[in-house]
Design a protein around this ligand. Sequence first.
Ligand SMILES: NC(=O)c1ccc[n+]([C@@H]2O[C@H](COP(=O)([O-])OP(=O)(O)OC[C@H]3O[C@@H](n4cnc5c(N)ncnc54)[C@H](OP(=O)(O)O)[C@@H]3O)[C@@H](O)[C@H]2O)c1
Length: 231
Amino acid sequence: MKKNEKRVRMPSAASIVARSYPDRIIGIENTLPWHLRTDLQLFKQRTQGHAVIMGRKTFESIGKPLPKRTNIILSRTEPAFLKEFPTLKWARDPETALLLADIESIISGNMKFFVIGGDQIYRVFEKYINSIFVTDVFCGNINGDAKFELDFGQRDDDTKTEWIVRSEDDFPKTEFDQYPFRITQYVRRKPFHRYRVKEELMGREPDFAVLLERYEAKLEQDGTDQLDFFE
Ligand SMILES: NC(=O)c1ccc[n+]([C@@H]2O[C@H](COP(=O)([O-])OP(=O)(O)OC[C@H]3O[C@@H](n4cnc5c(N)ncnc54)[C@H](OP(=O)(O)O)[C@@H]3O)[C@@H](O)[C@H]2O)c1
């Protein structure tokens, strides 16, 4: 960093995943192994208005851009479907995906964006994720070819775990939800912060400087209390 260059803390990476309990399966043959309408509705509520980063295969399994979200698709080669869906943003590597998510979040006044899978993409961004909603689906043993293996530690030794349980809600099986499930929100005890030099972000949108100032004001309000940061 050069002298006088000002660094700004970037928006935080959050995530959201549904996995089978106890096997941690998240997908089979590029589809979800269950139908959980309530879980999908909550996914929508939580991610709408934010930037979302997903892998090329997950995008193909969804088949179209998620509405009211900036969809950032990771692929090492330019996907042919970009022509069909011009609102998509393509990132050829994780750094580009983060830069796009940072800029889009600052423009829309968001302090966080979401990493939404699949298997490969969760692994790539795992170290950056500071907050995650995990749906444990009580479907018994099922077959799958995609997993989410992250372990959140032992509850009975809470002082030493890397993750803190923020909330936990149980949902029953219903005519719309194929299995009972539990949603737990974990937050990282010591969040991972990313910073960028201000100049790196400038010269994009005409009003970007104003938007960045607004974002920085919000950062100041949030202070250093990361637990409140994720509300
Ligand atoms: N249950 C859930 O919550 C949940 C959520 C999301 C997805 N899923 C499931 O997960 C499965 C898909 O997961 P997946 O692991 O097979 O695929 P994925 O993570 O969705 O996408 C993988 C693709 O991302 C691109 N990619 C990966 N690492 C990259 C890197 N470092 N740089 C640039 N591009 C990179 C590559 O695209 P290219 O090959 O084009 O280069 C790669 O083939 C599906 O079954 C889906 O239904 C489940």
